[in-house]
Design a protein around this ligand. Structure first.
Ligand SMILES: NC(=O)c1ccc[n+]([C@@H]2O[C@H](COP(=O)([O-])OP(=O)(O)OC[C@H]3O[C@@H](n4cnc5c(N)ncnc54)[C@H](OP(=O)(O)O)[C@@H]3O)[C@@H](O)[C@H]2O)c1
Length: 264
């Protein structure tokens, strides 16, 4: 296993910020960040005191690892543009397949941190699961060792499995957050701050995370309380999209728990 010590980050967004922060704290040398956005590239460069470049011709070609933290639809094109040959090149996406990097280097991989990451927001890196894939066993070993510097939970997961995990994560995190947005708009229309829901949100998430979500479902749909459900739908009268979401999710809760009860 060859130690990865010197790395280059491509991209200057959310994931780039956290990769730079987490790995530089562990003594990894961030040789450069290559961005296309001048402002965010300069910000990262200044914050972490590392060279920032926006011209790929200034790219250092002897890093141990090149990490592409760019939007999924930019991964292939950006990787090709780097003009690498045998240098280790990875992307950080949960959904994009490893073979998206085919033809961009002979040594490729994926380092996917399973956490919602926003520039500047604090997270506990040790608790973030990191899923690894490599175009050879040796690469998977190198990447696992590298990711273990920051995380206690590094797992090899190939593309097909990683995509299923990504699907589950989108539903658990992005969908739930959108439901929070709907809740916020209902409250704010009535002059009530969203923060009244904070203890409820935390308790729901902690209960599900401690055990299993099926053991902690409550509410009118779970109780099959059609009267409350009908009245809620009426309150959502002027918001057809929210109404539809409410109706679909309620039906699914009732249906899911009927099936579960029948099995018992
Ligand atoms: N955020 C998360 O929670 C999260 C978690 C795990 C994995 N991921 C994955 O990580 C990757 C990056 O996500 P993100 O949230 O960090 O996205 P992001 O905040 O939108 O950042 C993407 C960055 O890449 C830059 N970029 C695009 N094309 C480039 C190019 N050709 N050369 C240099 N820089 C380029 C963008 O510049 P512009 O400012 O010009 O667009 C932007 O700075 C995605 O594959 C995503 O699926 C994200």
């Amino acid at each position: 296993v060859k130690n990865i010590k010197n790395i280059v980050i491509i991209g200057s967004g959310n994931v780039a910020f956290h990769l730079i922060k987490a790995f530089s704290l562990k003594g990894i040398n961030i040789m450069q960040i290559l961005g296309r956005n001048k402002e965010t590239t300069e910000n990262l460069s200044r914050t972490f005191k590392i060279p920032g470049i926006t011209n790929k011709h200034e790219l250092n070609s002897d890093a141990d690892l090149y990490i592409l933290a760019v939007q999924d639809d930019q991964i292939h094109k950006t990787a090709l543009d780097l003009g690498l040959k045998d240098q280790l090149l990875v992307h950080t996406s949960g959904f994009s397949p490893l073979d998206l990097l085919d033809g961009t280097s002979t040594r490729t991989g994926v380092i996917w941190p399973l956490q919602t990451l926003t520039s500047g927001k604090k997270v506990d890196y040790r608790r973030i699961p990191i899923f690894i894939e490599g175009s050879s066993d040796g690469i998977e070993k190198d990447l696992s060792q590298f990711a273990s510097l920051v995380s206690d939970k590094v797992v090899v997961a190939r593309t097909a499995v990683r995509q299923q995990i990504h699907l589950a994560a989108v539903i658990a995190s992005n969908f739930t957050n959108h439901l929070y947005e709907i809740s916020a708009s209902i409250l704010e229309k009535n002059g009530i701050p969203f923060s009244v829901l904070a203890p409820l949100i935390n308790e729901t998430a902690e209960k599900a995370a401690r055990g299993h979500p099926s053991g902690s479902q409550t509410g009118p749909a779970m109780r099959r309380d059609m009267k409350v459900i009908g009245e809620h739908l009426e309150l959502l009268g002027d918001e057809p999209a929210f109404r539809e979401i409410y109706r679909l999710i309620s039906e699914n809760i009732t249906h899911h728990h009927t099936k579960t009860n029948e099995k018992l």
